[in-house]
Design a binder for this molecule. Structure first.
Ligand SMILES: Cc1ncc(C[n+]2csc(CCOP(=O)(O)OP(=O)(O)O)c2C)c(N)n1
Ligand SMILES: [Mg+2]
Length: 366
């Protein structure tokens, strides 16, 4: 949890320094969910989530260095620098994104569970979505089919109280989201998302049920994000008092107390952990700041280059190899590149000539 927190605090700083650009949604405050889900699942289980994906990717085993490099738009990033903050991927670690369309991953998550069932594995899919996504039609269609086919999936609604600036109360008569499972006779529970232990226990129960062919579960994990919806959120929809109230339940502080009181953690031990995490995050920044690299389109190998084309973020521009030429790539083209990344998982299927265009936020190295 401390690594997730410090990683994202650093991301916030780097964003302010314009080292990281584009859309960026922080998970700070919600770390107990990532921690409890990680400890309650096995490496072969799968995670899929929305755009608030940094912490869940790291919890699933995607390396923090490759995550930071992704934020910098580097080819060494977990999505080869083509996805950015919202589209982290690590299929080899069981992390299936990183999705920007609210609620879309609910159907895709059930599809992943269907694949596991089809292949006859014991693996379970954890499918994360927000309270806002719970209002999407996709949820209802998916719940129906997932129950009908007893799919091995745990639906996790991270209820952080707001969808952008809109509170749950302004969008639904049903304030307790877990009750939406009743219509499909799906087992459901509500969980304190500020307690990693509670998250662990509830997810363990749901995962066991899914492994034993008991079908899906809906868990509404009640949490809070300390930061705005994204980096450009004036947060006028909530009070400072509300925020401060949740900070008193901070999961990291809570675990620190438990470790000190019940597990003989000393102040020196705690300092050592904090120092280790700090240097780990510093190493991530150093790694992401390395000169840009490019990937060979024919072999997939990473080749360092004196100067590579750049793309400052998913909404802006991309430069070509030549020093002064400046190629504007529209968003639709970038989306095609991103979908190709998802389909092929790497750039190796591309025409060698297309290696001229690599999405990279770093500065041009002379
Ligand atoms: C289909 C669709 N509609 C609208 C948006 C714009 N949008 C982006 S994030 C968001 C709020 C989603 O809130 P929630 O599901 O609670 O997730 P949280 O941001 O709180 O993690 C909206 C409406 C979108 N990306 N996709
Ligand atoms: Mg929300």
């Amino acid at each position: 949890m401390l690594l997730l927190r410090r990683f994202e605090e650093k991301v916030g700083q780097l964003y302010g320094m314009q080292k990281i650009r584009g859309f960026c949604h922080l998970y700070i405050g919600q770390e107990a969910i990532a921690a409890g889900c990680m400890t309650a699942t096995a490496p072969d289980d799968k995670f899929i989530t929305a755009y608030r994906d940094h912490a869940l990717a790291i919890a699933k085993g995607v390396t923090p260095k490759s995550c930071m490099a992704e934020l910098y738009g580097k080819a060494t990033g977990c999505s080869k620098g083509k996805g950015g903050s919202m589209h982290f991927f690590g299929v080899e670690h069981g992390f299936f994104g990183g999705h920007g369309i609210v609620g879309a991953q609910i159907g895709t998550g059930a599809g992943l569970a269907l694949a596991e069932r089809y292949r006859g594995t014991q693996n379970v899919v954890l499918c994360f979505f927000g309270d806002g996504a719970a209002r999407q039609g996709m949820l209802h269609e998916t719940f129906n089919m997932a129950m009908l086919w007893d799919l091995p999936v745990v639906f996790i609604c991270e209820n952080n109280k707001y969808a952008m600036g809109t509170s749950v109360a302004r969008t639904s008569k049903t304030l307790e989201i877990y009750k939406m499972a009743d219509a499909y006779e799906m087992p459901a529970d509500t969980v304190d998302g500020m307690s990693p232990e509670d998250v662990h226990n509830a997810v363990t129960r749901a995962v066991n049920r899914a492994r034993e062919k008991g079908g899906p579960t809906l868990l509404e994990i009640v949490t809070y994000r300390y930061k705005g919806h994204s980096m450009s959120d004036p947060q006028k929809y909530r009070t400072k008092e509300e925020l401060e109230e949740y900070k008193t339940k901070d999961p990291i502080e809570h675990v620190l107390k438990v470790l000190k009181n019940d597990h003989a953690l000393t102040d020196e031990d705690a300092e050592a952990i904090i120092a280790r995490v700090k240097s780990q995050v510093d190493e991530c920044v150093q790694f992401a700041s390395l000169p840009p690299v490019m990937i060979s389109a024919s072999s997939g190998a990473i080749i360092t280059a004196g100067r590579v084309p750049i793309c400052s973020d998913s909404r802006s521009y991309c430069t070509s190899f030549s020093k002064n030429s400046f190629l504007v790539v529209p968003l639709c083209m970038q989306m095609i590149f991103c979908s190709r990344l998802l389909l092929s998982k790497c750039a190796s299927s591309r025409n060698p000539d297309s290696s001229k265009f690599i999405f990279c936020k770093s500065e041009v190295v002379k």
